[in-house]
Design a protein around this ligand. Structure first.
Ligand code: GRF
Length: 195
């Protein structure tokens, strides 16, 4: 059994999708802990509802990123985490976590990377008037939204009328693609038998 830590800062619909896929036995893994920099966010509420342990913190109470990441790293080690899944975690992962979990941190981003990195990728796509956008799941490295791509799904937005419609479709894709990519990544980890 592989142990997952989900990092989230907001609504937590992707956290929920992963949790539900595990409940349906589509992924052989356990979400051991939810890590959040927003103690009152909906994702934290969801985790508590499902009796999943929560580690939440306020970044401003620490001297710097290294300080809170050291603490997170200890928590991840104590929980024997095999894979870190970022799901709307609004902070850039620093060296402490990147080194501690090398090749074992993945992220989901609402665009076809390398297009529209960073914040409000959906808004950026609308602004650029592209006909097509989508969702990317990728490994996390030291550069924002730039690690090796694991899977991408395209979405034709040329006939969609509002931002809301685009967001709904993007989230539908996310909730489908994240569980299956996590399953694949865990299988790859098993093959390499990396702990
Ligand atoms: C998603 O659009 C994800 O791609 C991005 O942040 C959003 C998180 O949504 N990284 P939710 O909190 O999982 O509902």
């Amino acid at each position: 059994m592989r142990n997952i830590a989900v990092f989230a800062s907001g609504f937590g619909s992707n956290f929920q999708a992963v949790y539900d896929a595990i409940e349906r036995n589509e992924i052989q893994a356990k979400i051991k802990i939810l890590i959040s920099d927003k103690p009152n966010c909906k994702a934290v509420e969801r985790a508590k509802m499902h009796n999943i342990k929560v580690f939440s913190f306020l970044a401003k109470k620490y001297l710097n990123k290294e300080e809170y990441e050291k603490e997170i790293l200890e928590v991840l080690k104590a929980e024997e985490i095999n894979l870190v899944v970022l799901a709307g975690y609004m902070r850039i992962i620093g060296n402490t976590l990147l080194k501690g979990f090398k090749g074992k941190i993945i992220n989901i981003h609402p665009s076809l990377l390398p297009n529209f990195k960073g914040k409000d990728a959906i808004g950026q796509a609308i602004e650029a008037r592209v006909k097509e956008t989508g969702v990317t799941v990728h490994y996390v490295n030291e550069e924002l939204d730039s690690g090796e791509i694991i899977e991408q799904v395209k979405l034709d937005i040329s006939k969609l009328k509002s931002r809301e419609e685009i967001e709904t479709k993007i989230h539908e894709i996310e909730h489908m693609i994240y569980p299956r990519t996590i399953k694949k990544v865990l299988e790859d980890l098993n093959e390499k038998s990396i702990d």
